[in-house]
Write a protein of this length. Structure first.
Ligand SMILES: [Zn+2]
Length: 466
């Protein structure tokens, strides 16, 4: 059921560089945008983009973001709401451009005048770079298979949970915002290890205690993950030559250590528990505000483990909308280079990239006759049929409990430039999203990157859809 939601993701730096009034007019005039999803914290997100990765046709000079000292925090927090945690959002250091600007305050009137809603956007800042922005961050880091401190945060650490609760409580008690788009661009330890070369985490005392309570042998999980990690590394650097084949040997480790899969599921559940608490917190403070969940690209589109782990019917019980990334263009090189090529170097090395790409399309339910062949994936994006299939699957998954707003992605940077961006496909992607049952759409990835022709293509599709 369509509800008229036309959101756009915006980074405050682009708005301030361009001028808020000018930017809002452009979004509204070209694409009929009625909801602003503004980053309040850019600890994790689009940063330091070169000039060529930004749209040049918004009618004002474009500024390169590299080398500029830009804020991480774009709103004001209040000490009294953080007494339950040792973590503190740090004010931006002296000399930071736009320091002291408050994006929610600055957007309130220009948005109200135009009948636009304002949502905050806060992505889970699990990376080490957040240390710059949050005091005492080292207290919420995770522990890896070797017992070492690891830069990722731990979802089961009560300090981390209180930090989130305080941040969200403070936001909703301070600002009359319409909602929050929360999201965590972090998959479980299995995928992080297999596709991102990350050491498996988290085996801290909190996680071990949670496992014990769930009847999972944490020590066995840790041992199994260590073996798998070393096996995967060995495949990658050529020191591992399993006589029984790369994939069967991977299965052998899983069979001997079924705790690995139990741990992987527990990591997923731990992550979802934070979203559940935040949803509840928002509803207690402001029952009318909307809490949306952003599902990142690997989770929405290509990662087999994430496909198995995310149950959209369950997720719909702790959000007011689901926003899966459905970026058709950039999907092609990301899947080829971030997923298939990595799997083909390790556990799936006994098959060819060509066969792998074909099997990927079939297994994930995409139409291989519509999508680029392997040798086209670095230059040619996915079709609108991908947007249709992805949206349809998630709409069916949530089963009508909440609306689905797929992120229609265009002009997403690839290296120092944009990838794809044919307005005709953007137009068709919007049409197909609604054909598949979307209730609204989210213009993505980020306003400053979007070229006018593509925003107009969105507007034209919305008009044609009535
Ligand atoms: Zn932990």
């Amino acid at each position: 059921m369509r509800d008229g939601f036309v959101g756009i993701q915006v980074n405050p730096v682009g708005l301030y560089d361009e001028g808020i009034e000018h930017a809002l007019d452009l979004m509204q005039d070209t694409a009929g945008v009625n909801t602003l999803i503004a980053y309040t914290h850019t600890y994790y997100g689009a940063h330091n983009r070169p000039r060529d990765a930004l749209a040049q046709d918004h009618g004002v000079p474009v500024r390169d973001e590299r080398g500029r000292k830009l804020p991480g925090l774009w709103i004001r927090h209040h000490e009294e709401r953080f007494r339950g945690t040792v973590l503190r959002h740090r004010p931006d250091p002296e000399g930071t451009e736009y320091a002291g600007h408050d994006i929610l305050e600055d957007l309130a009137e220009p948005a109200r005048k135009r009948g636009m809603k304002v949502f905050a956007r806060f992505l889970e800042p699990h990376q080490a770079r957040t240390m710059r922005y949050v005091e005492n961050w080292s207290q919420v880091l995770s522990i890896d298979v070797y017992g070492r401190l690891h830069p990722n945060t731990c979802f089961n650490n009560p300090e981390y949970q209180r930090f989130w609760m305080s941040s969200v409580e403070d936001m909703f008690k301070t600002y009359p915002i319409d909602g929050l788009q929360y999201g965590s661009e972090r998959c479980g330890p299995l995928s992080r290890m297999l596709f991102w070369d990350d050491v498996p985490t988290c085996f801290c005392d909190h996680c071990m205690a949670r496992a014990r309570a769930a009847g999972i042998n944490g020590e066995r999980a840790r041992e199994g993950f260590q073996k798998l990690y070393e096996y995967n590394l060995g495949l990658k650097n050529g020191t591992e030559n399993p006589v029984d084949g790369a994939f069967p040997t991977f299965l052998r480790i899983l069979l001997r250590y079924p705790e690995i899969l139990a741990w992987e599921q527990m990591a997923h559940d731990s992550k979802e528990d934070l979203a559940k608490r935040l949803y509840g917190a928002v509803k207690i403070i402001r029952p009318d505000a909307r809490f949306g969940i952003h599902v990142d690209h690997q989770q929405s589109t290509w990662d087999l483990f994430q496909r198995a782990e995310i149950d959209y019917g369950a997720l719909a019980r702790y959000c007011d909308f689901v926003k899966p990334i459905a970026y058709h263009d950039i999907a092609a090189p990301r899947i080829k280079n971030w997923y298939l090529a990595r799997a083909q170097k390790t556990l799936l090395r006994d098959t060819s990239m060509g066969l792998l790409a074909e099997a990927f399309y079939d297994l994930m339910g995409y139409d291989k006759t519509r999508e680029p062949e392997l040798n086209e994936m670095d230059t040619c994006g996915f079709s609108e049929d991908y947007v249709y299939r992805l949206t349809r699957r998630i709409v069916d998954g949530v089963g009508g409990q909440v609306p689905v707003y797929p992120g229609i992605g265009f002009d997403v940077p690839y290296g120092d430039d944009h990838f794809g961006g044919d307005p005709e496909i953007v137009y068709r992607a919007v049409i197909q999203a609604f054909e598949a049952g979307a209730s609204g759409i989210m213009l993505s990835r980020e306003y400053a990157e979007m070229r006018v022709a593509n925003m107009r293509a969105v507007g034209r599709a919305l008009r044609d859809l009535g």
